[in-house]
Design a protein around this ligand. Structure first.
Ligand code: NAD
Length: 327
């Protein structure tokens, strides 16, 4: 398959490209490097620098090879920024996504795998969350992801597209070559690892009075290599005629902030400084996925079952790339 990976220089996208190349699929990457890194792109992929909002690079990416499937990971994903500037999220996650769909149609490409999120669900729904659980995003980030999922469904209903939306929970960990290097880091595990190696000060623990076993918020951490493999399977599922739908990607296990801190201390052998902070508005007590559907329909077999293994791979990558990717 020739797969166009939009956002393939980002954290998840770089591992998706690695996985495609490993499986001998052909990868073309379109990325504007707004949050990604050129050095994160496998040398075996064809790279086009540019935005989906710009006709020239979009055209070049579609004309490099005859594209069989698009994997769309580009977008904005900082919840706090989405609350402060919802219009930026509307533009990046919905309007620009529509331009990508227009380009697909112009080039006769129907299949698309989209990076969605657990943030589309109603966080007060019973856990674990199933694909049929109620949808009620709590912030503009989740709203714009859900809006684009619905845009995909409208295109599919008109016979213009076939899609898989992958609703990731908390992606974490690293492959041998690719790890997490966000310029503005908000994810717990890389923050804790940096605190462990004294590259940053105490990490805030937002809320310790949640109705959870130790009072801190519980999330479902899923390994980035397992997430990447699900993309390859989703692309293949569409190529084999699978019907358009969403799948959750999670481990099915919840880990509290305190448990993640303990795992980081155990893996690194260092004390991790943290500080108590107020709950953040819209942060639910727990988010846990059921990924039974991805296992059943896509044959997805996550390999990294426990939090310790996830943290180990992230720490290993960080120690080998203390400054992240070279710019
Ligand atoms: N990392 C997670 O835990 C997580 C969880 C749920 C959902 N997601 C979603 O998965 C996707 C990837 O997440 P990530 O952590 O890898 O983010 P990331 O910021 O590392 O990657 C996004 C990539 O898209 C590129 N990009 C952004 N806008 C673009 C545009 N207009 N044109 C071309 N390229 C553009 C960026 O340069 C970057 O390389 C995002 O859409 C995010 O919302 C991530």
């Amino acid at each position: 398959m020739n797969v166009l990976v939009v956002g393939g220089a980002g954290y998840v996208g770089s591992v998706v490209v690695e996985e495609l190349v490993r499986a001998r699929e052909s990868a073309i990457v379109l990325d504007d490097l707004s949050t990604g890194h050129r050095d994160a792109v496998s040398p075996l992929a064809y790279f086009v620098r540019g935005s989906i909002g710009d006709e020239g690079p979009l055209q070049e990416a579609f004309e490099t090879k005859s594209i069989d499937c698009v994997i769309h990971l580009a977008g904005k994903s900082l919840v706090a920024e989405s609350v402060a500037h919802p219009e930026r999220y509307e533009e990046a996650n919905v309007a620009q996504g529509r331009l990508l769909l227009d380009a697909m149609r112009a080039h006769g490409v129907t299949d698309i795998v989209f990076s969605s999120t657990a943030a589309v669900y109603d966080p007060s729904a019973p856990m674990p969350l199933h694909e049929s659980s109620p949808l009620r995003p709590e912030n503009p980030y989740g709203e714009t992801k859900l809006r684009f999922e619905r845009t995909l469904a409208e295109h599919a209903a008109r016979g213009e597209a076939r899609f898989v939306s992958l609703r990731y929970f908390n992606v974490a960990g690293a492959s041998i070559d690719h790890g997490e290097d966000h310029r503005e880091e908000t994810h717990l595990i890389p923050l804790l690892l940096d605190a462990a190696r004294e590259a940053r000060g105490p990490v805030p623990v937002y809320g310790d009075d949640y109705p959870t076993p130790d009072g801190t918020a519980v999330r479902d951490y899923v390994h980035v290599v397992d997430v990447a493999e699900a993309h390859r399977r989703a692309a293949r599922y569409l190529a084999d005629g699978g019907e358009s739908r969403a799948f959750n990607l999670g481990s099915g296990r919840g880990s509290s902030v305190r448990e993640v801190v303990a795992a980081v201390e155990s893996v690194t052998g260092r004390r991790v400084p943290t500080r108590r902070a107020e709950r953040r508005p819209g942060d639910p007590p727990a988010l846990i996925a059921s990924s039974d559907e991805a296992r059943r329909v896509l044959g997805w077999k996550p390999q990294f079952g426990d939090l310790g293994a996830i943290v180990e791979t992230a720490w290993d990558w960080r120690m080998r790339h203390p400054e992240g990717y070279r710019e």
